[in-house]
Write a protein that binds this ligand. Structure first.
Ligand SMILES: Cc1cc2nc3c(=O)[nH]c(=O)nc-3n(C[C@H](O)[C@H](O)[C@H](O)COP(=O)(O)O)c2cc1C
Ligand code: SF4
Length: 518
């Protein structure tokens, strides 16, 4: 049997030199006359170990990392193809604590299989959910998704089954499934990882959504900054079409479903569902007022399911293992697992899938290993640029939609950015306003004008000009934005601003006091 070497083709691994590693491995194989297959798998998500190279041995997979091209010769000399000892040896990847502590449901195959091999996908449980779905009545599929407790992973946490039911119940000659793969939040990469590492799971989830609601066409809207995800998705759609997974008769059933990949032009607001629909229709990415809900009048005025990548990619396992299996994980109204993305100034950055309920402190200190700089953690921003900053005093907050809301925060797309004690929270508050000003679609006044006025007031605060008045003004402005904005861009920008002011008041002292304190 010839050996198999796994070298990730994931963007994160590529950024860390995986392409050079793959070339060096191919060269070494040729020079040594060894017949081995190189599979470009996805990443398992431990970016601090990437590029993580794995080999299939008689005892199972063995990992080595982080590997540089210059290490390849030494790895061959050490007999790594049969699991030989080497300073980069990590042993069985499943035993590496970062992986061993996870519960991988949605990401079960990511980093393990060949992303574009449908055969490999099926050998690892792929298509089992869709096979069950094609034999079911649409309403029963919707019921199963509803009963699983799955909520939208794009940010708002809306129950997926309820959204699907609205589309199912709305009569129309054409319906659509739109997958939101804009993934604009800071510190997030779960959508990209799954599209690059296990694209068929998204295709399968979208197809199930189509059968459940009566939609025959799906679009995946991917941000332009994700060229590798676009390429992998296009390839996987082609493979799925050839195999009859997509097309006029899905898996030989009477259901038709096909998917098209579309690339966004790059605007944070195009992740907002109605802007995204405008963009897909070839219009400017401006927010539409709701109602009508996209589920009733969405893409081209037709009933449309719009779901995040992870929401859709979580559906196959729900269909395969059942609603009760999925619902068994988690806490409160946050059921199932969530792929937490740990980034920023952190030692062990990466994607960690686990049942809801882990505390923020466990995630940052134990899983993330604290800061990369070695300095104390000062704050973590959870939920992207519109998420609140949490101080250490709130690290007992469990990862749960309602628990975060109780503390004036949000989970969003589950991205966490870690900051050490050198972070200036006034600058971070200003950045939130600046981000909103740059990304605002301009449709409503509180966001369009408020964000710019917000920057100005925070600048006055930094300069020590009428500090009390400026602080009252920024608080008042935040209230206006929160309650008067049309969408969550203007409506949630106050979260990072107000959390910075509330939890880190020392950073908002008048300029002379701040200088004296430094
Ligand atoms: C400014 C803004 C940006 C957003 N960006 C994204 C995004 O990149 N990806 C995403 O899935 N949802 C994003 N959302 C949320 C979507 O509007 C929508 O709630 C989501 O796609 C619904 O899918 P879900 O129910 O599966 O989460 C954004 C919302 C706002 C207000
Ligand atoms: S809040 Fe901002 S992004 Fe949203 S509709 Fe208003 S102007 Fe546009």
């Amino acid at each position: 049997m010839s050996a198999t070497i796994y070298i990730p083709g994931d963007s994160g691994a590529l950024a860390l030199g995986a392409e050079k590693v793959a070339k060096a491995a191919a060269k070494e194989l040729a020079e040594r006359g060894i017949a081995a297959k190189i599979v470009r798998n996805g990443s398992r998500g431990a970016y601090f170990l990437e590029p993580m190279v794995e080999v299939e041995t008689a005892e199972g997979r063995r990992a080595y990392g982080p590997v540089k091209a210059a290490d390849i010769k030494g790895l061959f000399d050490a007999g790594f193809l049969t699991g030989g000892q080497h300073r980069l040896a990590l042993g069985d990847p499943e035993d590496i604590p970062f992986f061993a502590k996870q519960t991988r449901l949605t990401f079960a195959r990511c980093g393990i299989t060949d992303p574009v091999s449908l055969e490999d996908y099926e050998a690892h449980g792929g298509l089992d959910g869709l096979r069950k779905a094609v034999a079911m009545a649409p309403l029963d599929i919707v019921k199963q998704v509803t009963e699983s407790g799955l909520r939208g992973r794009g940010g708002a946490g809306f129950p997926t089954g309820i959204k699907w039911k609205t589309v199912l119940d709305t009569a129309a000659d054409r319906k659509y499934i739109v997958c939101n793969a804009d993934e604009g939040d800071s510190a997030t990469f779960a959508d990209r990882m799954i599209m690059e590492g296990d694209p068929f799971v998204l295709i399968e989830g979208m197809t199930i959504a189509g059968i459940a609601t009566g939609a025959t066409k799906g679009f995946v809207y991917i941000r332009s900054e994700y060229p590798h995800a676009v390429a992998t998705m296009n390839k996987a759609v082609e493979v799925a079409r050839k195999a009859g997974v997509l097309g006029a008769t899905v898996l030989g059933s009477p259901n038709a479903f096909d998917i098209e990949i579309r690339v966004g032009a790059g605007a944070y607001v195009c992740g907002e569902e109605t802007s995204l629909l405008n963009s897909l229709e070839g219009k400017r990415g401006v927010v539409r007022a709701k109602p009508p809900l996209p589920a009733i009048q969405g893409l081209f005025g037709k009933p449309t399911v719009i779901n995040n990548v992870i929401s859709l990619a979580s559906v196959p396992i729900i269909m395969d293992k059942g609603a009760a299996f999925y619902k068994d994980f988690g806490m409160g109204r946050s059921r199932g697992t969530i792929p937490i993305q740990i980034a920023g100034n952190v030692k062990h950055g990466g994607l960690f899938e686990i049942a809801f309920g882990l505390s923020l402190g466990e995630i940052v200190d134990e899983i993330g290993g604290g800061t990369r700089s070695g300095r104390p953690v000062k704050a973590v921003q959870v939920g992207g640029p519109l998420g609140a900053y949490f101080p250490r005093e709130l690290f007992d907050t469990p990862f749960d939609y309602e628990e975060f809301a109780k503390r004036d925060g949000l989970i969003g797309h589950a991205g966490i950015t870690v900051f050490d004690d050198t972070a200036d929270m006034l600058k971070m508050a200003r950045f939130a306003m600046e981000f909103c000003a740059i990304e605002s679609c301009g449709k409503c006044t509180p966001c369009r004008i408020g964000s710019t006025r917000g920057m100005e007031v925070i600048d006055r605060l930094a300069a020590g000009i009428e500090p009390e008045k400026s602080l009252a003004l920024v608080t008042d402005l935040c209230n206006t934005m929160k309650f008067g904005s049309l969408c969550a861009l203007g409506g949630f920008t106050p979260y990072p601003v107000m959390s910075a002011i509330t939890h880190f008041p020392e950073d908002f002292k008048p300029a002379p006091a701040r200088v004296a304190a430094e």
